[in-house]
Design a protein around this ligand. Structure first.
Ligand code: ASP
Ligand code: MG
Length: 404
């Protein structure tokens, strides 16, 4: 007997037939003798609609009222799922965040969970009841409904699994697991049986958007075993686990790409102490995340500084740099939004040399120029012209022997 949290995303509860399918899956899990808590998202498209309604009435709406509106999608699916379970003879009850309670901080629209009281849910599960929890929502210190930010029901599920001391948190989504790369680019990408938390975090941060990044951070911190799988098939999914659970670690787990970044070069800044601070502190103060950074060697007492920011932040970043022009003292700025970041990720890099070399050599052999490089302990990223994205991802996938 195990205790399982089963989380169903928007596509898995998109209509009544799919909700019936979810109920049948839960019933099958119960039949194995397991205790089950269910966490649901809103029906696919619902949250977008609710957000749009708030924005149409007032672009600068009250975030507390926004939460009242957008949290309703999950309340609907929690109730419907409980009804569907009861209809096939499974004892079930729905819970909104405030009823448990799921206590969050007061940042309406992007609240963080502080604590979940799992005692009552635990007792009910022990008596054979399925508890169905509305994801994405909680209650703030002001006693008002909060939501956790888009995609937040993954985080609800992981936090609940931690609070209930669950053996596993199964996240049912519209993909059947984590792949070595995007199967739309590389049709013979392989589904991974296991991936480590750290690899999953790196992949999530470079564009493989299967789980909300915060949910992976939380799973890693609380040591929650997460499985990503599809509610439309019976195939086993991908387990996200601790590093020492992976016995034969491949050196590279996957290749990710992102076209969400823009490159900025600040030319001919004085090469003296404080120049990096003069550039990056104003960007940080404007809440703009800088990703890759390179500083060139200085000639004639000046240097060039190249870095990347998210495309969404690009116009603001240019405005901030323009405003700080006199203070920084640069000659000119050039920018390029036609770039892609390619990343090779794997914990095996810690103990194996040559991963970066293989990447550079593979790209060189295709005539692809590398514009910026950055590395972490388990990741090598390069920036290239966007038009080479597909070619580069395919070549790297083959070079690291990831093809099925
Ligand atoms: N329904 C919310 C959203 O669309 C939360 C979630 O699905 O995870 O962002
Ligand atoms: Mg989601």
């Amino acid at each position: 007997m195990a205790r399982i949290v089963m989380k169903f995303g928007g596509t898995s509860v998109a209509d009544l037939d799919r909700i019936r399918n979810v109920a049948a899956r839960v019933k099958a899990q119960i039949a194995l003798g397991d205790e089950v808590a269910v966490v649901v998202s809103a029906m696919a498209g619902t949250t977008n609609q609710l957000v749009a309604w708030c924005q149409s009435l007032s672009p600068l709406h009250d975030a507390r009222e926004y939460d009242v509106v957008v949290s309703t999608g999950e309340q609907v699916t929690a109730g419907l799922t409980a009804i569907a379970l009861q209809a096939i003879g499974v004892e079930a009850r729905s819970f909104c965040g405030w009823q448990i309670p799921v206590s969050t901080d007061g940042q309406h629209g992007k609240a963080r969970i502080n604590a979940i009281d799992g005692a009552d849910l635990s007792r009910r599960m022990g008596q054979g009841q399925v508890v169905v929890v509305a994801g994405f929502q909680g209650i703030g210190p002001d006693e008002r409904v909060t939501t956790l930010g888009r995609g937040g029901s993954d985080t609800s599920a992981v936090a609940l699994a931690a609070a209930l001391n669950a053996d596993r948190c199964d996240i049912y989504t519209d993909v059947d697991g984590i792949y070595t790369t995007d199967p739309r680019i590389v049709p013979n990408a392989r589904k991974l049986a296991r991936i480590t938390y750290e690899e999953m975090l790196e992949l999530a941060s470079v564009g493989a958007k299967v789980l909300q990044t915060r949910s992976v951070e939380l799973a890693m911190k609380e040591r929650v075993r997460v499985q990503v799988l599809s509610s439309f098939s019976d195939e086993p999914g991908t387990m996200v686990v601790d590093e020492d659970e992976v016995l034969e670690q491949e050196i590279v787990a996957g290749i990710a790409y992102s076209r969400d970044e823009a490159k900025i070069t600040v030319r001919k800044v004085p090469d003296k102490p404080g120049i990096a601070a003069a550039i990056f502190v104003p960007l940080a103060e404007a809440n703009i995340n800088v990703d890759m950074i390179v500083q060139n060697v200085a000639e004639d007492g000046t240097t060039d500084m190249t870095f990347t920011v998210g495309k969404g932040d690009f116009p603001r970043a240019m405005a901030v740099l323009e405003a700080a022009r006199a203070h920084i003292g640069y000659a000119e700025i050039s920018a390029d939004q036609n770039v892609a970041k390619l990343s090779v990720v794997g914990v095996g890099m810690r103990s194996h040399a040559g991963v970066a070399g293989t990447m550079f050599h593979t790209l060189a052999a295709r005539g692809i120029n590398i514009q910026v490089i950055s590395t972490s302990e388990i990741k090598v990223s390069v920036l290239v012209a966007a038009e080479y994205t597909e070619l580069a991802v395919r070549a790297l996938h083959t070079a690291y022997q990831l093809d099925a």
